[in-house]
Design a protein. Structure first.
Length: 118
């Protein structure tokens, strides 16, 4: 599985960005897609995930501001980020969790940088 993320950039606080991620060369059954982020000097953390049955999970820090969605036909996942804050500055990684012959596999995209200026 290859993941290609896009949509990062520089935005002022209060602004919006939309991240997109496309999964290709899919060799597993995709269970969930999502977004994680890693700020400088910090560990990678979950932002939002969405399962194949549209069950959604958000980090408390982004609830009410970010919206995750997916297009199963296109194997894409999106992250609409509104009311951005400087603390949202991080590299955002697309993530796919798949299952193949009852084994779980995790795949990561290359990351896209989001910078929120105050």
């Amino acid at each position: 599985v290859q993941l290609q993320a896009s949509g990062g950039g520089l935005v002022q606080a209060g602004g919006s960005l939309r991240l997109s991620c496309t999964a290709s060369r899919i060799t597993v059954s995709i269970n969930a897609m999502g977004w994680y982020r890693q700020a400088p000097g910090k560990q990678r953390e979950l932002v939002a995930t969405i399962t194949s049955s549209d069950s959604i999970n958000y980090a408390n820090s982004v609830k009410g501001r970010f919206t995750i969605s997916r297009d199963n036909a296109k194997n894409m996942v999106y992250l609409q980020m509104d009311s951005l804050k400087p603390e949202d500055t991080a590299v955002y990684y697309c993530n796919v969790e798949g299952i193949y012959y009852a084994r779980k596999y995790t795949y990561w995209g290359q990351g896209t940088l989001v910078t929120v200026s105050s």
